[in-house]
Ligand binder design. Structure first.
Ligand code: AMP
Length: 133
């Protein structure tokens, strides 16, 4: 493989996936697939995770799929990231006395499966020491 070929392979594996295909979350925003929506405004949507890992497990998702992960979102639009966090807080206030764990899986090796940035709001009787489970 020549130098440019190797560089191109490296880029294709290292650059975060961006797709023009609508993500599963964009399809939820568009009501093309069903979800139990618990909050929505012009910038974010929040809905129950389909495979809950805690008594409260809600995803807070920017409506734009321009950012694959929280690092990209923080760099490009910190106000939108703050709005994601504030929405998570409000949901936890309503459902879990304001106490919650906020998880942004970032990258495949960290368990990310949907490359449209989203926050997992986990709450309800979480125990110390369960962070990685
Ligand atoms: P992550 O592994 O951090 O990318 O999280 C993706 C999350 O999306 C997982 O917890 C899935 O259970 C959840 N998920 C995938 N498809 C749906 C769906 N159609 N409705 C609700 N949650 C979903």
């Amino acid at each position: 493989m020549d130098g440019e070929g190797a560089a191109s392979v490296a880029r294709s594996t290292m650059v975060p996936m961006t797709s023009t295909e609508p993500s599963v979350f964009t399809k939820i925003v568009a009501r093309e697939i069903p979800a139990t929506i618990v909050a929505e405004d012009d910038r974010v949507i929040a809905f129950e995770d389909i495979a809950p890992k805690a008594p409260v497990h809600v995803l807070v998702v920017p409506k734009t799929q321009a950012y694959a992960n929280v690092g990209e979102l923080a760099a490009a639009d910190p106000d939108l990231l703050a709005h994601v966090v504030q929405t998570a807080q409000r949901i936890a206030d309503e459902r879990a006395g304001g106490q919650f764990r906020l998880v942004f899986n970032t990258g495949e090796a960290a368990g990310q499966t949907v490359f449209h940035v989203h926050a997992h709001v986990l709450a309800g009787d979480l125990q110390e020491g369960t962070l990685a489970s």
